[in-house]
Each structure stands twice: as C-alpha cells, then as structure tokens.
Design a protein. Structure first.
Length: 312
C-alpha cells in the first residue's frame, strides 16, 4: 500500500492538465499512465495541431459536447500501437464478473481503467444528478473483510474506494462502456523513421487558413455572455493541442525555433482560456482578448508556414 501511495504512479498533475485540455478523460489518463511507465508518449503527438475550423464546428456549428470531440491524435485504439502499446478492452456486464481479472492484473502491477457512474462517488458530487459516467484508474486491490481499491481520478483524487462503491458505480455505467481496459507494454519500441513518415503524411494533408480565428474574434464580444463555455473549450483545445505538438517537435529534435513557436501559440490560448474559465463574463477584459487573438493569428500563421516550408 505504501509503495502505491508514495509512487502515485507518477501521474504528474501539471502535465496531465495539458492532456486534459486536449483529450477526453480516458485518453488523458492512458497517456499519463503510459508516461509513468516509461513509454515516450511525446512521440504520439505528431498530429495534435488541430485545425481551428474543425474545433469551432464541433463546439459552435454542431453544438456538440466538448468531451465528444474526436482529436486527431489517438482517436483509434490502433494508434497506440505506433509505440508498440497494445490497449486491451474487456467487456463485463457486472462488476463481480470482472473482479477476478481486475485483481489478477493489479497483482501484476498493471493498472486498470474503468468507466464508472458518478452518482455513487462523493468527490464527483457535482455530476451526480446527471448520472453521468467518467473514467477512473484502479491501481491496487486491498483485500480484507471489507475489501477496498486504490483508485485515481487525476489530478483531483487519489485514495481508497470500497468494493461496494466501486461495484455499484461499475454496474451503473452504460452497458456498451461497462468493462475494463488495460495496457500491454510488452512490445514497446520507438521507430523514429516510421514516426517521421507518419508526421510527413499528416503535415501534407494539414491546412488551416485561420479564418476561423477571425470569426471567433468577431463573435466573442457579441456572444460572450451566451457562449462563454464554448469559447473556453475552444481555447482549451487550442492550448492543449499546441502544447502537446511542441512536445512532439522537441522529442524529434526539430529546430528550437519551431518548438518555441508552438509553445508560444499554446501560451496565448492558455491565457485566454484561463480568463474565460475563472471569470464572470461581465468582468472580462474583452478588448485584451481581442488583442491577444490578433497576436495569436499572426503567430499561428507564421508557425504553420514555417512547418510547411521545412525540409523533412
């Protein structure tokens, strides 16, 4: 128990925050977990530079839930195999059917991911009334008369959960999502040439004329009161995607100016996102955000042009 509590599986909350602003909860957790196990996950991020129109259309045109956004990166489980990681999904209709396999994996020091219903989980109280579900990581089984499990919801919760609570939450998740997921890391490897080929193929098909940023800059002052959350999520995805892309460029030893340019684009979006997340609409300095967006559009334009002009 102490080893688990001390190690916390090193799911770094700061790094996780970048991923949570890009991926959904499950992929953010899986990526952070793989990093904690020594998998060089930055190589995965070769296509995280999301097209601004695609993000805008999902949030504003289609009015879709932010967490249903299909990122370009790791949108299919096969994508994990780029680094030799095999993601295993096993479906179980009831917790009791899954328990033996969960305990077996935990004894082998393989953490398990499971979709759980928020309704029974105290620290997810804010979401209880919706009977929504969320991804959790199960790290350890603590046997006894009242068995418990060490469960994590990074970056906000790490602690014990009773088997009764875990079972109820498991059994109340949607049937199609009910089960466990784990990572088989026996074949992890890095093939930089293959990754560079994947990147080159992606870059060849990538384009963004950034007219969407002009649209957002025009709409935000008029629609901030009604659509603050949508604007916040737009900049959250921008912030996370550019930060992760800068990590790929750095891992592949691209020119430092490109790494810096991606990080600068991320930082501007992060600043706007922070204000939109933590401020009431009538306290927001809209003129400052408009100025920041003008700067962001210029930096994004120069950055994308530099990527396209670079010899691979």
């Amino acid at each position: 128990m102490m080893n688990t509590l001390n190690a916390m599986h090193t799911l770094n909350a700061t790094l996780f925050e970048y991923e949570e602003n890009y991926f959904n909860c499950r992929n953010a957790q899986v990526v952070s977990y793989l990093r904690s196990k020594g998998v060089p996950v930055d190589y995965y991020f070769y296509n995280t530079l999301e097209n601004t129109k695609t993000v805008y259309d999902h949030l504003f045109t289609k009015n879709q839930n932010r967490w249903l956004y299909d990122t370009g990166c790791l949108c299919k489980q096969d994508d994990f195999q780029l680094l030799g990681v095999k993601i295993v999904d096993q479906r179980y209709s009831k917790f009791q059917s899954a328990k033996e396999q969960i305990v077996k994996l935990l004894k082998e020091e393989t953490s398990v991911f499971s979709w759980l219903c928020n309704y029974y989980i105290p620290h997810r109280e804010h979401y209880r009334k919706y009977r929504s579900f969320h991804s959790f990581i199960i790290h350890e089984h603590v046997p006894g008369k009242e068995a418990k499990y060490v469960v994590q919801d990074p970056p906000v919760f790490y602690g014990e959960m009773s088997e009764e609570m875990l079972g109820k939450s498991f059994n109340s998740a949607p049937g199609a999502a009910r089960g466990i997921t784990y990572a088989d890391l026996s074949g992890v490897h890095v093939d930089k040439k293959m990754l560079m080929d994947k990147y080159a193929e992606w870059l060849n098909g990538f384009s963004d004329d950034l007219t969407t940023l002009a649209i957002v800059k025009e709409q935000l002052p008029k629609q901030l009161q009604a659509d603050q959350e949508k604007f916040r999520f737009f900049f959250a995805i921008m912030f996370g995607s550019r930060m992760l892309f800068s990590r790929f460029l750095e891992a592949m030893a691209f020119d430092a100016s490109l790494v810096r340019a991606a990080a600068e684009c991320s930082a501007i979006s992060e600043s706007i996102h922070y204000v939109l997340k933590h401020s009431e609409w009538d306290n927001i300095d809209v003129e400052k955000i408009v100025r920041q967006m003008t700067e962001l559009a210029e930096k994004e334009m120069h950055f994308i042009k530099a990527l396209k002009n670079m010899q691979i």
